[in-house]
Write a protein that binds this ligand. Structure first.
Ligand code: XMP
Length: 419
């Protein structure tokens, strides 16, 4: 899927700066792509296809890059700009407009229309499948492909039983009933629970859930015999892998699928977009805010928020407490100040007292963070009375919980998830 607009090629010499530059260029409605210096050298001809109008070198040229790099750069005969350290906005604008002659006509709406055309051409009258995770990326990817080819698309949603309260049903209603998109809904909670019930190590949990997911998805995909697979890979997955070659989004959990089943092609309609652009595309496709503005949710779901062994009982308690916390944040107007928020089942039981009787119930931890990139994060400072209201509601409405704690730790040293 090639882009038809004026394009600026950003050569990533230093990981930290290229992302900032991509955003600055796209903010000026100029399309750009990032490539590593290695690809610029080794896949030069492939990288230089399309309407490339100029080159930005992001960072300083390391001594390890051979002199051949400069030769290649000069041979392109294109204007180029090196950006080291702070970004000078006026210099960037002059480079894009005056030196490269970019029109500044790249919009998400235009991208939508071009993608629809490209998908139609690629697919013809063949069959396509798409795995839905309930998250923003796979939903937007599915809606975009549906816009292009209608009922030639079938979506598969595997309910692993680790979704938040009512979430699996919401996905089902939205896709099957509201949008009438063909959907296979696989109820597989028992299969997943069997695989993780006594597993204590978080990485083993993730692995087992991923494997089971692929197995189920594969069973369904074989039956459908689709020719194309849709994946919701987005641009940070591509550039943050350190390389810009083939990357499959691991938390879609269908990452290994193309190796196990032969598809005529993989459709990655969001591959060139950042998260904010994906959300904008979702809005342009008419998806509701409840879907488009969703906070991130890990592929293995509540299984990694249920510390230690996962049981049905612990999952049910966590689901209720989490729903109450999320409802309070949304109702009391904190949604925009928080990037990610959820409850954690600590698995810890302790002594408490209810109506004069001794109890031995669970402790729920609440986590809410503010972050730009999820690589570093700060705990959100809620007003004390808000936290107290949430704590009271949880202990009153979820009888197996006798303590609620709020986490103060940032990332680092903690991670956002507890497992
Ligand atoms: P951490 O916990 O590493 O999380 O600070 C950073 C972001 O990644 C999400 N996360 C996951 N997402 N599968 C996913 O799809 C996972 O196994 C996983 N672990 C963490 C986390 O929710 C946060 O947004």
């Amino acid at each position: 899927m090639r882009h038809l607009h004026d394009t600026i090629l950003i050569i990533n010499l230093e990981d930290q700066s290229s992302r900032r530059i991509v955003h600055a260029v796209r903010d000026r409605q100029v399309f750009c792509e990032v490539v590593s210096s290695r690809r610029f050298l080794e896949d030069h001809d492939q990288v230089m296809t399309g309407r490339i109008r100029g080159i930005i070198l992001a960072g300083s040229i390391p001594a390890s890059i051979p002199g051949q790099f400069n030769e290649r750069l000069e041979a392109t005969d294109l204007p180029w700009l090196q950006i080291e350290g702070d970004l000078d906005d006026i210099k960037l604008r002059d480079f894009l407009v005056k030196d490269c002659g970019c029109q500044g006509d790249w919009t998400v709406q235009g991208y939508l229309e071009e993608m629809v055309d490209q998908i139609r051409q690629m697919v013809g009258d063949k069959k396509v499948i798409c795995g839905l995770s309930g998250g923003v990326d796979s939903s937007v990817a599915a809606m975009l492909v549906y816009r292009a080819i209608g009922n030639q698309l079938t979506c598969i949603f595997v309910d692993h039983g680790f979704m938040r309260k009512d979430e699996a049903q919401e996905v089902r209603t939205m896709f099957s009933e509201d949008y009438k998109i063909p959907l296979i809904f696989v109820q597989a909670a028992d299969r997943f629970l069997d695989r993780v019930e006594n597993v204590l190590d978080p990485e083993v949990k993730r692995k087992r859930i991923g494997e089971e997911f692929i197995r189920i998805f594969e069973e369904e995909a074989r039956e459908l015999a689709a020719d194309f697979l849709v994946q919701g890979t987005i641009y940070p997955d591509v550039i943050e892998s350190g390389e810009d070659g083939q990357v499959v989004k691991s938390h879609h959990n269908v990452g290994g699928l193309p190796d196990r089943i032969h598809f005529e092609g993989i459709i990655e309609p969001l591959r060139l977009l950042f998260k904010e652009e994906v959300r904008e595309l979702g809005r342009a496709l008419g998806l509701p805010s409840t879907m488009v503005d969703r906070q991130p949710f890990p592929g293995p779901g509540l299984a990694i928020r249920c510390l230690g062994g996962v049981t049905r009982e612990k999952l049910d308690i966590l689901r209720e407490a989490d729903a109450l916390f999320r409802e309070a944040i949304e109702k009391e107007g904190y949604r925009d100040q928080v990037s990610q928020y959820f409850a954690v089942m600590t698995g810890l039981q302790s002594v408490g007292v209810t109506e004069g009787s001794r109890t031995y119930d669970y402790t729920i931890a609440l986590r809410a963070v503010k972050t730009d990139d999820y690589m570093a994060a700060k705990a959100v400072e809620f007003p004390w009375d808000f936290l107290q209201r949430v704590s009271t509601r949880i202990t009153q409405e979820v009888p197996q919980v006798s303590r609620v704690v709020y986490e103060l730790t940032g990332k680092p040293p903690a991670t956002i998830e507890w497992e």
